[in-house]
Design a protein around this ligand. Structure first.
Ligand code: 2P0
Length: 349
């Protein structure tokens, strides 16, 4: 039997606080605006990916959550990502005679998410990030994360941000070949370790309008969109980075909520309109504003991606204050499990 190479890694989900929505180049996957995200703790939401390269394999294959995904295996995105990584390996082999020539081999990839796939919880982000880092490890590439982020971006735009932990920016870049459209670290997680995220799953079904087609429709038909990318986001991008550097939660929260609203407004302004938020999502928006008004302080921010599920950001010291309200609102639902006692949860309201 000929030799095989294997690698395995996990990659976390990232949730944008300044949203990527719109492509200026669909084949290179270049965005119309820069974006910012927070990478969630790997213990919670993550993709685990393993890959094997063998001279005996006859084609590249991919299994997602236990089933072979023929559509994704043959997709242009996966082919593009794999060929970029194989090309990097080929260049290394050309320079170093001692390396086995595995760049021409096929690979088998197995990927598992521990959360609902394609339900607006950034599954493609973690998925492509995991895939790129896993194959880079398999091929023993020595590129840094920013360099690899340019490849992950071609698989799924938001994936480029999952290559870093903590607070991450995807700089849109201006070059036509996409070589400056990359992810960079804004601050590592230990800069602001008190920052916590809580996911409220309003509906775990698959979304009916994919991000890729949704954003194309917005670019083509929304009048609000142009103002968003020309004026709103560039200013917000700088302000949000500063709020993170300064650990200014109130400002970070306001910018995050406004940007979620702005993104969903452009969805609604698309023609025909795109609805990602549902009635539960809207209740969560109201609840968050109510909580902040009740405490007379901004202690929590919501953000919604291309789906109805909410991600709430808050500082650890305010967790009980927040959970008290969530408990009061949703305690009648099945499956409640919390580390707090009922007395603690009833303390504030
Ligand atoms: C984001 N989203 O910044 C935004 C906010 C959804 C809403 O990035 O076409 O799956 O694969 O590049 O990365 C979802 O879009 O789109 C997304 P593609 P992707 O996280």
């Amino acid at each position: 039997m000929s030799s095989t190479y294997t690698a395995s890694i996990t990659a976390p989900v990232n949730i944008a606080t300044l949203k990527y929505w719109g492509k200026r180049d669909t084949s290179l996957n270049l965005p119309t605006n820069s974006s910012i995200s927070v990478t969630l703790d790997q213990a919670d939401l993550k993709t685990t990916t393993s890959a094997m390269a063998s001279a005996d394999f006859t084609k590249d294959r991919l299994w997602l959550n236990g089933e072979e995904d023929l559509q994704l295996s043959q997709s242009k995105r996966l082919t593009q990502v794999l060929s970029s990584l194989k090309e990097k390996r080929r260049l290394r082999e050309a320079k170093d005679e001692s390396l086995e020539k595995i760049s021409s081999w096929f690979v088998h990839i197995v990927s598992v998410n521990n959360f609902p796939t394609a339900a607006g919880l950034a599954s493609s982000a973690a998925g492509f990030a995991a895939l790129v880092v896993c194959i880079a490890k398999l091929f023993e590439l020595d590129d840094d994360m920013t360099e690899l982020s340019k490849i992950a971006r071609q698989g799924s735009g938001s994936a480029c941000r999952s290559l870093f932990g903590g607070f991450v920016a995807w700089e849109m870049g201006s070059l036509a070949d996409g070589s400056d459209s990359k992810a960079v670290e804004v601050c590592p997680l230990n800069h602001w370790p008190e920052m916590k995220a809580c996911v409220l799953v309003a509906c775990a079904d698959k979304k009916d309008v994919s991000s890729t087609s949704g954003m194309q429709l917005t670019v083509k038909t929304s009048d609000l969109f142009q103002k968003r990318i020309d004026e709103v986001v560039p200013e917000r991008f700088e302000q949000m980075k500063k709020s993170i550097h300064d650990k200014n939660f109130a400002l970070f929260a306001e910018l995050t909520m406004k940007d979620s609203n702005s993104f969903h407004a452009t969805c609604l302004d698309s023609y025909p309109p795109i609805f990602y938020m549902n009635d539960t999502s809207k209740k969560i928006v109201k609840l968050v504003h109510l909580i902040n008004a009740f405490y007379n302080e901004t202690i929590v921010a919501y953000t919604f991606d291309a789906g109805p599920n909410a991600v709430l950001y808050y500082l650890e010291q305010n967790e009980l204050k927040l959970m008290s309200f969530i408990y009061a609102m949703f305690k009648d639902l099945n499956g409640w499990e919390t580390k707090y006692s009922t007395e603690e949860l009833n303390k504030f309201i």
